[in-house]
Ligand binder design. Sequence first.
Ligand code: EPU
Length: 421
Amino acid sequence: MEVCLDKLVIKGGKRLKGTVEISGSKNAALPIMAATLLASGEHHLSRVPHLRDVMTMGRLLADLGAGFHLEKNKAILDCSRINNYEAPYELVSTMRASVLVLGPLVARLGKAKVSLPGGCAIGARPINLHLMGLEKMGATINLESGYVLVKAKKLKGATIYFDVPTVTGTENIMMAATLADGKTLIENAAREPEVVDLADALISMGAKIKGAGNSTIEIEGVSKLKPLRHTIIPDRIEAGTFMAIAGITGGDITIKKCKADHLDAIINKLKDSGIIFRISGKSIRVIGPKKLMPVNTTTMPYPGFPTDMQAQLMSLVSIADGTSIISETIFENRLMHVAELRRMGADINIDGGTATIRGVEKLKGAPLMATDLRASASLIVAALAAEGETTIKRIYHLDRGYENIEEKLIKVGADIKREKE
Ligand code: EPU
């Protein structure tokens, strides 16, 4: 897949005002696309964001024999002729979420061969819990030249306990269990809204699932599923990122088509920083204060403060009036943005996974390099408030997860453009 080497050029310091419409959630769209492997026929998905990760998942499904067509945020997938069971290194190495085809492939074809993801920019990120769950359901697991080969003539229901709640692990086992013999219980399951959206999509296919959104999920296997028709939930991390942008620019942005109840932890933390929220149905008006206040937080699985908003929050409090402490507990290498923020004048010290951020009066524009998706978002948050010009290279990371971000920012008054590197 072509990697776009564009850079963003941002002139900061403007108060951003206006409205932004939130796109469908990347992390809900990816597992639901994988779930279409579970049933023959034409699946219809709405509010699918045009993102590099979505196209990668589409390409992976096409490699497996599926039809995939995406137009104007509507995707049609046809999984009638699945004739391949391998997720190759080339795709898994560009997108870890490729492992989401594991559960559905074993359930549908009785086998799957998936490249082991290995480390990535934010940490080691093993899939041992996904494999443990499938093994408990009667699958055999073999490792061969960097690939994991999972086989099971027919998966059997089992009780699976995760010692850490894993989002894609919960999703993989939930998908596998829909077609297994008997009942599966997932204990200490991930409770993220994206897990609930996948469960809703599976239920629309005829799956019997209870308890998604709680720590225990019960799945009663059925013999066959039908194609799905589903609308993806709004992206809570995109919404949170725009809230941080409104906050740091002292702006006034109305975020439309979002779900406030998915954003409790983010809104509560941002309120502590002095940002004002006016929630009205699916719209949230976000008003930035004259001076931000420091906040402390520790990233946690849902409903805690999400790791996917940690970097953006750090940019926000880098100009707060006082010292903030932010601890990252989910991924061991997710403070890569700190070095870049320091180049803009931020005063941040790291000790293990904990960052101490002493607020400075102003950030200053600088040439920067994006390292992963959310780090890229945090650099945009910082650049929009910084004095002068910031260039952000390697923004292909950003294109994995934010739909039309420049257009949305220009609409609220940002001075941002994309240039060839
Ligand atoms: N873990 C294990 N073994 C496993 C699986 C996970 O030890 O088999 C550990 C991980 O190393 C980590 C913790 O469990 O310390 C939680 O990881 P999780 O499995 O929940 O992460 P994930 O499913 O790989 C999803 C999102 C990430 C998001 C995390 C945490 C998708 C496609 N990805 O990843 O999103 O950060 O959950 O909420 O849903 C992003 O969008 O930028 C992104 C990285």
